[in-house]
Design a binder for this molecule. Structure first.
Ligand SMILES: [Zn+2]
Length: 173
């Protein structure tokens, strides 16, 4: 687990295609930067764009968790419709559950052979942290019920949107 190294190239020796961030074409002679996970290809960006957490993370489970959270944060960067809110919450929940299950599996597999390994407790700690994050997210009442609505629709949407946004930003690992 850790951060990938960012490599900077002052002058590209060939055409690099489009920047993964903004889509600007990186031509021969242009500067660019790149990261490369152990498995998988390079991600290339122009110097104006930053790498996101998911792109910088070398651990596959964490990287896909971060990617899931980033996608939810993107969807929450503008006010969603009240119909979308529950769907976005579910997307966040499944990204976290997937990571939790992956860490649980790692802990189980490892403890079969190395029950005293520090990594087992490290994985189990992550499972617990993700579980309490999930509890907090599941506490947000995203179910829209017109009949029980005590505030106007706009207020409801803004409030739940804000709560979800805050919870999405609380990744403990
Ligand atoms: Zn760019």
């Amino acid at each position: 687990m850790g951060s990938l190294r960012i490599n900077t190239v002052e002058k590209s020796r060939k055409h690099q295609g489009k920047c993964r961030g903004c889509g600007k074409v990186i031509n021969k002679g242009d500067p660019y930067k790149w990261v490369k996970p152990r498995y998988g290809g390079r991600t290339i960006k122009c110097l104006d764009c930053n790498f996101r957490g998911s792109e910088m993370e070398s651990n596959e489970t964490l990287s896909s968790l971060y990617a899931g959270v980033e996608s939810v944060e993107d969807r929450l960067s503008t006010t969603p419709s009240h119909e979308e809110i529950e769907e976005i919450r579910d997307e966040l929940v499944s990204a976290i559950e997937e990571a939790r299950d992956a860490f649980q599996e790692k802990a189980d597999n490892l403890s079969e052979h190395f029950p005293d390994s520090e990594m087992v407790s490290d994985f189990e700690e992550k499972v617990q942290e993700l579980d309490s994050w999930l509890d907090g997210i599941n506490d947000v009442d995203v179910e829209f019920d017109e009949e029980e609505l005590t505030e106007n629709l706009e207020t409801w949407t803004e409030r739940v949107w804000g709560e979800l946004q805050a919870k999405a930003g609380e990744c403990p690992i």
